[in-house]
Design a protein around this ligand. Sequence first.
Ligand SMILES: [Zn+2]
Length: 158
Amino acid sequence: MGLHQTGPDAIMKYRVGVCWTNMNARCDNPTGKNLSYEGVKVKMSRADFVSWATPLFRQFEIDYPKEIPSIDRIDDGHYEFGNIQVISLADNVRKKQANKNECAPSGMAWCSHCECYSEIENFDKNSRRKNGVSNLCKTHKSEERKIRTGVNKRFASA
Ligand SMILES: [Zn+2]
């Protein structure tokens, strides 16, 4: 039996490794935009995560050949064993959208551009919406407005 270093397992391990990198990028939050990930940590090593997730991703693709596996945090806690599960990317997006404002932390609202929560003060009021504020934060609302009115300027992102 050869070790299939370049076989499907290597590809899956690579994909799972990319997931780990993306989880860390969201939590590192260099732009300060992902407020919903503030204080969230990835509490496992890449190697441990890859060993855990690779067989689950593989099984997921056998069970749901048309779906894309993704990592879901069960609650708003850390990325850690016990609080992560493999669900389809479609379900992950659906879950986020369904939950977004109903499960918003107190004083927070969901920006559908940032795809994260931020302070409700960062949103314009909108009485037509259930939570009383716009679905985009002020930054994205004004970016949208600038694009519409053709005065969009490029700002160096600090
Ligand atoms: Zn936003």
